[in-house]
Design a protein around this ligand. Sequence first.
Ligand code: NDP
Length: 481
Amino acid sequence: MTDIQPFLIGGAWAHGEGTPFDSLNPATGDINGTIAGASAADVDRAVRTAKAAQADPAWRDMLPHRRAAILRRIADRIESDAESLARRQMRENGKRLAECREQAAGAAAAYRYFAGLCEVMPSEVAPSRGPHLSMVVYEPYGVVAAITPWNSPLTLEAQKVAAALAAGNAVVLKPSEFTPTPALRVAELALEAGLPPGILNVVTGLGGETGAALVAHPDVRLISFTGGTATGKAIAREAAGRMAAVALELGGKSPHIVCADADLDKALDGVLHGMFTSSGQSCIAGSRLFVERAIFDGFVARLVARTRALKVGAPDAPDTDVAPLSSFIHRDKVASMVEMARADGAQVLAGGTRPDDAGLAKGAYFLPTILGGLDNTARICQLEVFGPVLCVLPFDDEPDLVAQANGTAFGLAAGIWTGSMPKAWRLARALEAGTVWINTYKELSVSVPFGGVKESGSGREKGFWGLRTYQEPKTVMWGLA
Ligand code: NDP
C-alpha cells in the first residue's frame, strides 16, 4: 500500500477503495508509479468534505482580499516548485519540457490573475424601475467539480481551480488518469499556502468510476469539464437530470487560413506552430489548413519540406520539435485514423507512420503528418484526431472559404493570414469560433475569455467571464416606499 500514490481529501492523504492504476511515461514506456483510485464512496466523502468546508464561515465569510492573498501565496509556491512541476507533467504526458515549463509559469499566472480579480470583482446597483433599490450580488455555487484532460493539466487545472476559489467555491478536482499527479502536488502547495483543508480536494481515478461518481453527486452544483465532446455531452445529460450547471470546454477541428496576400513566410511558421506544438494534442490545433488556390501548390510544397525536417525526439532534448504522444493507446488511435484517411483516398504528403529511429522505439512517437487529396467532408477532415495530423485543403474565394471553414460540428478556434485588414475583419466576424487569430496563431492569455461554440462547448474560462462562470447572480430588491 505504501508505494501507491494516495489522493487528497480534506487536507489528508487517502488510499481509497477504487481501482488503482499505473501512470506510464510515454517517452520510454516506464512506469512512473501506481496511483490510488477513488471509489464512489471516496468521491462522496470528498464532496461532503468540500460542502462543509465551503459553508464554514472561515471560508464563506473570508473577505475577498484575504482570499486573494492565499491565491497569491499559491502562485508563489507554484513558482518555487515550477521546475519539478514541469518535469512531473512531462513524465506523465510526454510534452516537451520547454512547453511544460511555460505551462508551470502559466499556472502561477492564473492564480495571480484571479487573485487580482478577487479583490476587484464588483456587485451592481441596477437602474430602479420602482420604489426600491435593485442590487445584483454574485455568489459561489458551493461545490464545483473540475474534470480535466491530459494534454495540459498544469494550466487547465489552474484556470479552473483559481477562478472557482476566487469566486468563493470549494472544489473537487478529478485529473485525467494519464496525468494524475500535478494536481496532487499543486493541492499540497495550496495547503502550505494557507488554503483551508477541504476547499481543494483531488480525487484520482478512472473516468468511468471516479469521474462518473463525481458528475452524479447530488451536492455538486457546477461541473467544469474540459475534455472530449462525447464525454462532455454525456456529462451535460447527467447534469440536466438535477439541473446542475455545466461549463464545457470540448474538442475542435480548427480552420487555419492562408490567403494569397499574406506574408507567406510568417504564415508558414504560424501553420507549423499552430499544428505541431504539443505534438498536435491541442484542442485549438489548426488541423484543417485552407490555402487560397493560386498559391496552394507552392505553399504546401514548402510546408511539406518544413514538416519533414521537424525533429522528432525525447521531450527533454533541447532540439526536439515534436515529442511523443501522451500514451500508447492514443498513439495507436492516431495511427488508425491515418489509416482510415488512406482508405478514404488521402495522399500522405509527410509522415503517416511511427518514426523508424530505433532510439524512439520504446516511446509513443508518431511522425508529423500532412494529408492532401480529400475535401472538407472527408471523415479525417471532420473528426478530431488530437494528434500531429494536418489536412490541407484549397479554397477559391471568401464565400467558398467561409462555407468550408464553418462546415464542421466544432467551433473552438480559427486563424487567418492576410495582408488585408478589411478581409481579416470580414472573415473574423463570419467564422464560427470562440477565438479568432489574425496574423498569429495559438496565442493564449489568461486575461481574455476562452471557450467554444457549437460542439466545442459552452461557457467561458479565463478573463472576467472566467470568474463569473463560477458564480451565480442573485437579485436583492430593497423596498424604499
Ligand atoms: P476525455 O473526454 O476522454 O477525458 C477528459 C476527462 O474526463 C478525464 O479526466 C477523464 O478521465 C474524464 N472522464 C472520462 N469519462 C468520464 C465520465 N463518464 N464521467 C466523468 N468523467 C469522465 O478527454 P481526453 O482526456 O482524452 O482529452 C482530450 C480531449 O480534450 C480532446 O477532445 C480535446 O479537444 C479536449 N480538450 C479541450 C480543451 C478546450 O479547452 N476546449 C483543452 C484541452 C483538451 P480518464 O482520463 O480517467 O478517462
